[in-house]
Design a protein around this ligand. Structure first.
Ligand SMILES: *Cc1c(COP(=O)(O)O)cnc(C)c1O
Length: 354
């Protein structure tokens, strides 16, 4: 194909991963399969020979690397951790997605790795923690405190110490942030969230630009058994087509709620990194008050997860695995694409119940 101007993310999201042969379907069909006729490139669906899917092509194009789809965001982290050598030092944030924190804690507890938790936005502390490390794990903005780490700065520090850098880009998506361009080695996604965008699938992805690592992760994906289903891939490819326009709306809705939230008498603190569609608030009155708010919404769904078209909220400390540094009264709001005044009216009446 003739090269023209580099295309903008909103265009790439719609156009990458399309067929080129006359008569091909515009959308990759759903092919439920476990095995293939002998003699070709594909043999068994768990294998590394699994044909590349439109979802991988479009996500890779958006992030600027090669994407591998895996069965969940949690599996994406698992496949990367599987590459660590025994006893490797891993540097991770003080608070980040609880499922991955739990996995890191478990690997540390069993002696598989040595975990150092640090405020990843504190350059001096990060430099000390990265000495002798094999991997720096970043999540920015971080779940659920919404803290931001400058990826380029952190990557420079980590690389200076000989460590690899992996960024969980679930909250920002490649529409708002492209970690590989800032020097990260790997990106992971819970495609369950914004990439899919409709609360109808569980899927993850790893993106890397170094083809040796891509080959390594591809083989570990098969060994780990983190292969994904045909329907999930199809739905995620369909979801990602509207990612740019959804992120625009998630973000503008979130930004329109900030001042109103901050002005409410039962909101102690609003946590928002300046971009994306997730806001955390500290409710005055702690756990019980926050639970009353979650129970009182009529439009916002009281449910875990985030990044879907519908607005959801939950008190994060209701989960035992959530970091103890997260306040008991913190509610994470995943702002959907509904009318923002409807969203505010419902939140305002629910907050009155705190
Ligand atoms: C949900 C989430 C994950 C885990 O992804 P699953 O698809 O649920 O396994 C990882 N990281 C972040 C930031 C998440 O929000």
């Amino acid at each position: 194909m003739r090269m023209t101007q580099p295309r903008q993310p909103a265009t790439v999201a719609v156009n990458a991963g399309r067929p080129s042969q006359p008569g091909d379907p515009l959308n990759q069909p759903i092919t439920p399969v476990s095995t293939y006729l002998a003699g070709g490139d594909s043999h068994y669906h768990r294998d590394a020979t699994m044909p590349e899917h439109a979802f991988e092509t479009v996500l890779g194009a958006l992030e600027g690397g090669t994407a591998l789809a895996v069965s969940s965001g949690q599996a994406a982290a698992g496949v990367i951790f599987d590459m660590l050598h025994v006893g490797a030092v891993v540097v991770a944030p003080l608070a980040s997605y609880s499922g991955i924190q739990a996995r890191l804690d478990e690997l540390d507890f069993t002696g598989r790795i040595r975990l150092r938790k640090v405020d990843t936005a504190d350059s001096a502390a990060l430099a000390t923690a990265c000495e002798g490390a094999q991997l720096l794990w970043l999540e920015t903005p971080s779940n659920p405190l919404m803290e931001v780490t400058d990826i380029a700065t952190a990557a420079e520090i980590a690389h200076g110490a000989g460590a690899l850098v992996s960024v969980d880009n679930t909250f920002a998506t490649p529409i708002l942030q492209r970690p590989l361009e800032s020097g990260a080695d790997f990106v992971i996604h819970s495609a369950t969230k914004y990439l899919g965008g409709h609360s109808d699938l569980l899927l993850g992805a790893i993106v890397a630009s170094d083809e040796d690592y891509v080959a390594d992760f591809r083989s570990r994906r098969a060994q780990y058994g983190a292969t994904c289903g045909a329907l999930e891939l199809f739905l995620a490819a369909r979801g990602i087509r509207t990612l740019a326009i959804r992120m625009e709306r998630h973000q503008s809705n979130a930004q329109a709620l900030l001042d109103r939230l901050a002005a409410h008498r039962n909101v102690e603190k609003v946590r928002y990194p300046g971009f994306s569609g997730v806001i955390s608030i500290d409710v005055r009155g702690g756990a019980d008050a926050a639970e009353r708010v979650c129970a009182a919404t009529q439009l916002w769904f009281h449910a875990t997860s985030l990044g879907s078209v519908e607005s959801t909220l939950e008190r994060r400390r209701r989960w035992a695995a959530e970091s103890p540094i997260v306040p008991e009264g913190l509610i994470r709001l995943s702002v959907g694409i509904e009318d923002v005044d409807d969203l505010w009216n419902d939140l305002a009446q629910a907050l009155d119940h705190a």
